[in-house]
Design a protein around this ligand. Structure first.
Ligand code: ADP
Ligand code: MG
Length: 617
């Protein structure tokens, strides 16, 4: 039989390699930015068109390339950064594989211009699908410009696989953030479709963070600095009260290289233990400096994972340094035996809504019953007191929900009703109330065949979701004008996200008066939405949009309605009056799809008499 094994031609090998290196436009951004940094640039410009699908261009003022190097740079395994395997353990550059430019050139139209400082003229090379179509001598400033056009032009399947522009742009911005945060001493500018998105002058680390994430960030940062023999930690963590629902602002850099590490992330969480509200994530911007010989960055082609020789020690040091910082800036409670702990205010107490004292009414109390019961009722009242005050400590912690100023009247209404109950006999009470709230979580109701158990939080989400959807689609909403405009602070990127869904938000009843780079000013809110909830709603919305992996059926309207319903739905643990319970049940069954929540979870279950009877055999 004839031999059948052949070596793959270079352009095929390059295309295959490209699949590993270039997943999306953001991968190109990362590779080009890193090359510019390795070339010792001090000013780097990133130009993007159509979320990188049409153009990704990086212009730097670095060392540039000679004619030969310019041509060689597109060859696979051509690198100026390492010469032998030993160099891998001494890496001081981002790149080392010599694969990026070859891979990119295999799947796009690339135009390179480069000149070294002491040369009079530079080189221009145009290369399309690994084929050099022109090479010329040109006049160009010192440094390198690489423009990557029509990414995946020769792999339609990959091109079709790209997500919507907002999603691809977000990936690009993520990469840009990572590189820009690792190098505050370099000036970065980014343009998208001709308009400037970021302008980051050379600065210190704190200023760089603030320039990226908005001026409000400054007050949120707690410095972390610790130096040991094996690890130097520097940077910032976010104060716990500013913790976000997204994991967005979590950055580890090891020797100025962005890395992901679930293990080290755990170390930070451990340091924050007990300080964060449920469902929120601490932000951090931490630079770790270790001896390059103790790490192996070679294990993953896109290089965000890393292997440490002694991970456990790093964990311990990291956790201790963050804990120490939080303690030093009196964010974490310090052990102090001389201090009366009653005098301590919980760290975010000032941000809580003031809550009305709870009134505990013993509904079994009947003054007309014999003395024995009376005495026990009095006892109960006494026993309840410490419980009530203990509970009141937690009031406000969980009620991010729709508690409105008329809670107080509802409360009175409830006790009034219960006072009334004291005098009526059991039969009447049954006739009035046909729902019952179980553990402030489920609403139980009679139905013909048996009983119905409704999850109050999910049911309310369904009701609100359908309401919002209707308002957005028929574009008829009612807003309430705010006496004082609400200012919500976000990062420029987050403001962009809100801007994207602005129209839909307006259809639900929001009125925006001003958008700046990092502040959104709101003068009107949908009816029934308390002004105090606005920031939370937006924060949730941003988190939801960021976490959404849009599929073909992605709809911003749907997402918005879901997100707002989630923020505003009555929470588990919220007690409801009989009237409210009744109203919720009725509204739920007025919905188009009452049986599932917007997240496709059951809103209620039924238990038939048969099933019940069977349990009693
Ligand atoms: P690597 O970065 O792993 O070496 P690349 O394919 O990204 O591989 O780049 C190949 C070579 O091209 C680099 O080693 C470098 O010598 C040269 N090069 C690439 N980009 C630039 C740039 N912006 N300025 C100067 N030289 C560059
Ligand atoms: Mg490179």
């Amino acid at each position: 039989m004839a031999d059948i094994i052949q070596l793959l031609p270079d352009h095929v090998a390059n295309q295959i390699a490209a699949g590993e290196v270039v997943q999306r436009p953001a991968s190109v951004v990362k590779e080009l930015l890193e090359n510019a940094i390795d070339a010792n640039a001090t000013i780097i410009k990133l130009l993007i068109k159509d979320a990188g699908k049409t153009l990704v261009q990086v212009i730097d003022n670095g060392v540039g390339m000679s004619v030969t190097d310019a041509r060689l740079s597109f060859e696979r395994h051509a690198t100026s950064k390492i010469r032998s395997a030993d160099d891998l353990f001494q890496l001081h550059t981002k790149g080392f594989r010599g694969e990026a430019l070859a891979s990119i050139a295999a799947i796009a139209h690339v135009e390179l211009k480069s000149k070294q400082e002491h040369d009079d003229v530079g080189t221009q090379i145009v290369i399309e699908g690994s084929e050099v179509t022109s090479q010329e001598v040109i006049v160009t400033p010192k440094g390198t410009s690489i423009a990557v056009k029509n990414l995946f032009f020769n792999i339609p399947a990959r091109r079709n696989f790209l997500k919507s522009n907002p999603v691809e742009l977000r990936h690009i911005i993520d990469e840009f953030h990572r590189v820009a945060l690792a190098h505050p001493n370099i000036e970065f500018v980014m343009y998208h479709n001709g308009s400037e998105v970021f302008n980051l002058p050379e600065s210190n680390y704190r200023q760089r963070i603030v320039n990226i994430f908005g001026s409000k960030t400054n007050e949120k940062l707690v410095p972390v600095n610790e130096e040991t023999e094996i690890l130097k930690v520097s940077g910032f963590v976010g104060k716990p009260e500013y913790a976000k629902k997204t994991r967005g602002e979590q950055f580890f850099f090891v020797n100025q290289r962005f890395i992901k590490s679930a293990y080290l992330n755990h170390a930070i969480n451990a340091a924050f233990e007990g300080l964060l509200k449920d469902g929120t994530h601490a932000s951090y911007f931490l630079n770790l400096e270790v001896n390059p010989q103790t790490i192996d960055i070679n294990i993953h082609p896109t290089k965000t994972e890393i292997k440490f020789d002694d991970e456990q020690t790093l964990y311990a040091i990291l956790r201790a340094s963050v804990k120490h910082s939080l303690g030093q800036f009196s964010i974490a409670p310090v052990l102090d035996f001389d201090r009366d702990s009653n005098l301590d205010t919980p760290y975010n107490y000032k941000d809580k809504n003031a809550s009305f004292p709870t009134v505990e009414v013993d509904s079994t109390f009947n003054p007309f019953k014999e003395e024995k019961t009376m005495r026990s009722a009095v006892k109960t009242a006494f026993r309840k007191e410490p419980v009530a005050s203990w509970e009141s400590l937690y009031v406000g912690l969980e009620s991010k929900g729709t508690k409105s100023p008329n809670d107080f009247s509802e409360l009175q209404f409830e006790s009034e009703e219960q006072t009334g109950d004291m005098f009526s006999d059991d039969k009447d009470a049954e006739a009035i109330q046909n729902t019952y709230q179980l553990h402030n979580k489920y609403i139980i109701s009679n139905i013909k065949s048996g009983m119905l158990m409704i999850n109050q939080h999910r049911a309310h989400q369904r009701v609100l979701y359908e309401d919002f959807l209707k308002q957005i689609t028929i574009k008829e909403s009612v807003s309430q004008q705010l006496l004082f405009p609400v200012e919500a602070h976000f990062s420029p990127e987050e403001v962009e996200i809100i801007k994207d869904v602005r129209d839909d938000l307006e259809h639900t009843g929001f009125v925006f008066s001003n958008f700046t780079k990092d502040v959104i000013e709101i003068t009107g809110v949908p009816i029934n939405v308390p002004a105090s909830e606005v920031s939370l709603i937006f924060e949730q919305l941003i988190a939801d949009i960021q976490n959404e992996v849009p599929e073909s059926n992605f709809s911003a309207t749907d997402l918005l309605a879901k997100s707002m319903a989630k923020s505003l739905a009555i929470k588990i643990g919220q007690s409801l009056t009989a009237k409210e319970q009744d109203h919720l049940v009725n509204s739920l069954f007025g919905c188009k799809e009452p049986n599932i929540s917007p997240a496709n979870k059951p809103t209620f279950i039924t238990l038939s008499m048969d099933e019940l009877d069977r349990k009693f055999v």
